[in-house]
Design a protein around this ligand. Structure first.
Ligand code: NAD
Ligand code: GLY
Length: 369
């Protein structure tokens, strides 16, 4: 098992390989870990909540190293992941005269990371980007792997690119200011990694739930590093998401459908929807005979102590609405595709699932454990 105290994780992608550094107090040390010297200018993109908290310190470190820094804030929240905001940011980079040798730094959660990565990938046909994720969700998932994108009115993440960062700096100190609900949302993705790769965890996640919710620094560092390693392995094997990487979608088929059927509003955080989606996937795994009975219960026993729902909030969408949303999922290509578990640590991709079985499983989900 990899040493959870090792703070550097290499994402192996040949000449585009990069390092994820996960630990404490890293923002002040950004110059030690990023090649600021090779840029004549750095543009920081952040949001209106994260900017005032973390950008002054980060910018001061960079300026102390002699690199001019400019910064721009977008409105916090998913609504900023859109094309008008992309246009605004491109204007900003052009006005700043950012060159192709310069750097863009994304400081924020997954919204800022996805948006900034996308803008960096298209400005002057691509400039380098460093991801500085400040939510647990972004530290364990979205900042790593190079998927960038924005939403269209027709759906989420419909416009995007693959653009790997040149470094990821995950400072868990930033999680101290994260609202509880956002922390729990990230813990859903952590739980996903624990179901996919239980062999990489030295103890069951449920045993760390209270410490994680209490923001115990040692536990947070351990999970951010372990998840970064798991994601990194999958990205190295399948950068373009044509094979193995799909298992990262565990819990996301129903999760995305819940988010879509409820209008991507405040009703579900992404992690809450994924948590319910993983319980659903566990039920489908059991009901289709892929896994032994008990999978659903083990999921609930892991997720509930993390502060996550294990059934849809009331009033729940009808199965008809859920089915329609699942069919529209970008991954489905018209078929119903779900990642299931043939046992913990044994993800399998199921296609053309029987709708009547899914309906039965959805009703079992609504009944609760
Ligand atoms: P987010 O970026 O909206 O951040 C959540 C909220 O927390 C925002 O209001 C933000 O301002 C605030 N915030 C961020 N860091 C903070 C901090 N340290 N202290 C206080 N407040 C802070 O949400 P998220 O959950 O980080 O990311 C969700 C987005 O990530 C979605 O758009 C999703 O599609 C995307 N995503 C992308 C990938 C990928 O592979 N690219 C993977 C998973 C999710
Ligand atoms: N978050 C899913 C992926 O990066 O593939």
């Amino acid at each position: 098992m990899a040493d959870p105290m090792e703070d550097r994780i290499t994402i192996e992608l040949g000449e585009r390989s990069y390092t994820v550094i996960a630990g404490e107090g890293l923002l002040d040390r950004i110059c030690e870990v990023v090649p600021a010297a090779t840029a004549t200018q750095i543009a920081i993109i952040t949001d209106g909540t994260v900017g005032p908290l973390y950008v002054p310190g980060l910018a001061a470190s960079l300026r102390d190293a002699g690199v001019p820094v400019v910064a721009i804030e977008v409105d916090p929240g998913e609504a900023s992941k859109d094309l008008p905001t992309v246009a605004l940011l491109l204007d900003f980079l052009a006005e700043t005269n950012l060159t192709r040798n310069d750097l863009v730094v994304a400081v924020g959660g997954g919204v800022v990371g996805d948006l900034t990565g996308f803008v960096a990938s298209i400005f002057k046909r691509g400039v380098r980007v460093i991801q500085v994720p400040t939510t647990l969700m972004s530290q364990v998932d979205s900042a790593i792997g190079g998927k960038t994108g924005v939403n269209l009115p027709q759906g989420k993440n419909l416009v995007g690119t693959f653009h790997q960062p040149i470094a990821v700096l995950s400072d868990i100190t930033t999680l101290n200011t994260l609202p509880d609900r956002q922390l729990a949302s990230g813990l859903a993705e952590v739980a996903k990694y624990s179901f996919l790769r239980p062999d990489l965890w030295d103890k069951p996640l449920g045993q760390s739930a209270a410490d994680l919710r209490g923001r115990d620094r040692v536990e947070l560092i351990r999970v951010v590093r372990t998840c970064s390693r798991i994601k990194g392995e999958l990205v190295s094997r399948d950068e373009r998401d044509t094979a193995d990487r799909i298992v990262l979608n565990y819990g996301h088929t129903l999760g995305h459908a819940l988010e879509s059927a409820t209008g991507y509003g405040e009703r579900y955080s992404h992690g809450e929807a994924v948590a319910v989606g993983m319980v659903f996937a566990a039920i489908v795994s059991e009901m289709t005979g892929r896994s032994e009975p008990g999978m659903r219960q083990r999921h609930a026993d892991t997720l509930a102590p993390l502060g996550l729902p294990v059934r849809p909030f009331e009033p729940a969408p009808s199965f008809g609405d859920i089915l329609a949303a699942m069919r529209h999922d970008k991954k489905s290509g018209g078929d119903l595709v779900m990642v299931l578990l043939a046992g913990e640590g044994k993800p399998v991709v199921a296609r053309q699932l029987d709708e009547s079985i899914l309906e039965k499983c959805y009703h079992l989900l609504l009944e609760g454990v």
